[in-house]
Ligand binder design. Structure first.
Ligand SMILES: Nc1ncnc2c1ncn2[C@@H]1O[C@H](COP(=O)(O)OP(=O)(O)O)[C@@H](O)[C@H]1O
Ligand SMILES: [Mg+2]
Length: 244
């Protein structure tokens, strides 16, 4: 059963075709790796899925065959998808815990300032901080966190959205070993919970360890797909990484 089906997806920025006639199917409840050289269109692809950029042509279909739905770009935000960014995005002037409470109490930053946080929201936020190992940073401003801590906070925010599909754009980049363990544990837990994870990642050991299925992008198109071990052995994939 596929949770997402993409058909002939195209996104160009002027003359640059970031995503070029891409068709693929994402199985529900799996961890799907997206790999490919820099500039191959991986981030643009997740930007299209999460409605951050508008589709030029093609189609994104969400959910199973019974209720195949053709989504218009502006409708994608309403679907059960959350994501992290390659460039971390937080509320910089807010504390770590407030960055989480905003997600739990209100989707609007301004609304949440005036809202009295319910005790269970606070407990849930604190539990999440423990899960990502940031409990000691609870009252610090987000802007004062280290690079890795910022990434963990962004992941914590995404988890609290409690959606069906999680898009992680290079969540491990720049993380130290202990943090990598934390994030890979989170991805494994999401899989156990039956969530669908789309993981963009350069580290092939992590792709092998975490993903059930891999898509390889090159110049906006699909170069290869399959189980990680067989895909990573393909000559075309190795050549794409080494440069032709
Ligand atoms: N907002 C944008 N404006 C112009 N060009 C863009 C924009 N976003 C991406 N691109 C271009 O699209 C191509 C694919 O980029 P990207 O999706 O970021 O690749 P990846 O994530 O695989 O490194 C690159 O050539 C990049 O320069
Ligand atoms: Mg990218």
């Amino acid at each position: 059963m596929n949770i997402i089906e993409v058909k002939n997806l195209v996104k160009n920025f002027g003359g640059v075709y970031a995503v070029n006639d891409l068709s693929l199917k994402i199985p529900r409840g799996k961890v799907v790796g997206i790999i490919g050289p820099n500039g191959s269109g991986k981030s643009t692809f997740v930007n299209l899925l999460s409605g951050m950029v508008e589709i030029n042509s093609g189609m994104v279909i969400f959910d199973d065959a019974e209720k195949l739905k053709k989504i218009k770009p502006y409708e994608i935000q309403d679907l059960s998808i959350t994501r992290t960014f390659q460039e971390v995005r937080l509320f910089e002037q807010m504390t770590v815990i407030d960055n989480l409470l905003v997600v739990l109490t209100s989707r609007s930053v301004f609304g949440s300032f005036f809202e009295v946080h319910k005790k269970y929201h606070l407990e849930e936020a604190e539990k999440m901080l423990q899960r990502v190992g940031l409990e000691a940073k609870k009252n610090q401003l987000a802007k004062n966190l280290s690079y890795g801590q910022r990434k963990l906070l962004e992941i914590a925010r995404a988890l609290l959205m409690k959606t069906e599909i999680y898009l992680f754009d290079e969540p491990f980049a720049g993380l130290f070993y202990a943090m990598i363990k934390t994030v890979s544990g989170i991805i494994k837990d999401l899989r156990k919970e039956g969530k669908t994870v789309i993981l963009i990642e350069h580290n092939m050991d992590l792709i092998r360890e975490l993903s059930d299925y891999v898509f390889v992008m090159d110049e906006g198109s699909l170069l290869a797909e399959g189980e990680p071990n067989s895909v990573l052995k393909k000559k075309s994939v190795i050549e794409a990484y080494l440069g032709k």
